[in-house]
Design a protein around this ligand. Structure first.
Ligand code: NAI
Ligand code: 13P
Length: 313
């Protein structure tokens, strides 16, 4: 919507030709974004897009499927085409972030990450949104920013791609934890404590992987953590709430047609943290609940009975 409103001809690639035809005929994406009238500058297709004529490409495929789809297109992508990664997660089979997956699959592309507090429904309504646009270097991110900016959409640039990706991936897992806590009725004080201690976990992982603290304190870290941990509009948070209320994970996932990224990212994150010797007790607790090892109540009891420690450790 943003790009089309900026005057770009936008090709929306999808796997299902019938759905593409439906979108072109109705100007609605009934399955994934109902209630939004799609801009006339958007054309849906199931054919390989004409990458040779593209100024940029946004990858919005769920994290666990990004590699397969990038490989599908890799040979069509010209040297230096900017690919902007919008998915928030860690690939479970490799423990890689999306920019690492892109570097392996489409090495000729210029890599960017767009992340931050931005519900698609808010953006499409034109509600004010500010996000992080990260590139390999700041000049490249600065050059790309005007293409994705809008009257109510402000990208702030950085060259800290790993920081931008850590923020988006970790906040999804923490939002499941916040949802569980609220679903169990444990109150707003516990909710605030979990956000703050979760942010400490995000920062510890960031330090181990070379992210900058100011990136994680910004839109793609703290900003998105606050949004996702505070809104039932978040799929991760609402999944956690339903777990906290006693529903089974499989029932929750099968009741929705939309991705809940934190579910696959939680085990990847726990393994990545272990590999780098980073302490992430809340994320471990989420993973143990998701894998059926403990109940949400047992997870909260475990977290509360951990040995006391300094707040800055
Ligand atoms: N919806 C939102 O507000 C935001 C979503 N994101 C991120 O964007 C990514 C996608 O999220 P949504 O679009 O909301 O999810 P969604 O579940 O609403 O849509 C996912 C899209 O990917 C397609 N898809 C699913 N499996 C696929 C596969 N194997 N190959 C190719 N395409 C496949 C689906 O057909 C659908 O079009 C996620 O990583 C999410 O964290 C980021 C910011 C905001
Ligand atoms: O990333 C998002 C908002 O910034 C969307 O969060 P959910 O995937 O939890 O809905």
């Amino acid at each position: 919507q943003l790009l089309a409103a900026n005057g770009h001809a936008v090709t929306l690639w999808m796997r299902d030709a019938d759905q593409a035809a439906d979108i072109n005929a109705t100007r609605q994406n009934a399955r994934y974004l109902p209630d939004a009238n799609l801009h006339e500058g958007i054309t849906a297709t199931a054919d390989i897009p004409n990458f040779a004529q593209a100024d940029l490409c946004l990858s919005v495929i769920p994290a666990q499927h990004t590699r397969a789809q990038l490989l599908r297109f890799a040979s069509y992508i010209l040297d230096g085409l900017p690919i902007v990664l919008c998915s928030k997660g860690i690939e479970i089979s490799t423990l890689e972030f999306m920019n690492e997956v892109l570097a392996e699959t489409v090495p000729q592309a210029a890599r960017f990450v767009l992340s931050g507090p931005s519900f698609a429904r808010d953006v499409v309504k034109g509600l004010p949104t500010a996000v992080t646009l990260a590139g390999d270097d700041l000049a490249a991110a600065n050059a790309l920013a005007p293409l994705v900016q809008g009257p109510t959409f402000r990208p702030y640039t950085t060259d800290d791609m790993i920081g931008a990706e850590i923020g988006g991936a970790v906040k999804n897992v923490l939002a499941i934890a916040c949802g569980m806590l609220l679903g169990m009725g444990l109150g707003q004080s516990a909710h605030a404590a979990l956000i703050a201690r979760g942010f400490a976990e995000m920062n510890r992982l960031g330090a181990a992987l070379g992210a900058r603290t100011e990136t994680l304190s910004g839109l793609c870290g703290l900003g998105d953590l606050v949004l996702t941990c505070s809104s039932t509009q978040s799929r991760n948070m609402s999944c956690g709430m339903r777990l906290g209320e006693g529903e089974a994970l499989q029932d929750i996932l099968s009741s929705r047609n939309s991705v809940t990224e934190g579910v696959a990212t939680a085990p990847a994150l726990v393994r990545l943290a272990a590999k780098h010797d980073v302490d992430m007790p809340i994320c471990i607790a989420v993973d143990r609940v998701l894998s059926g090892n403990i109940t949400p109540a047992e997870a909260m009891a475990e977290l509360l009975t951990r040995p006391l420690k300094s707040e800055t450790d």
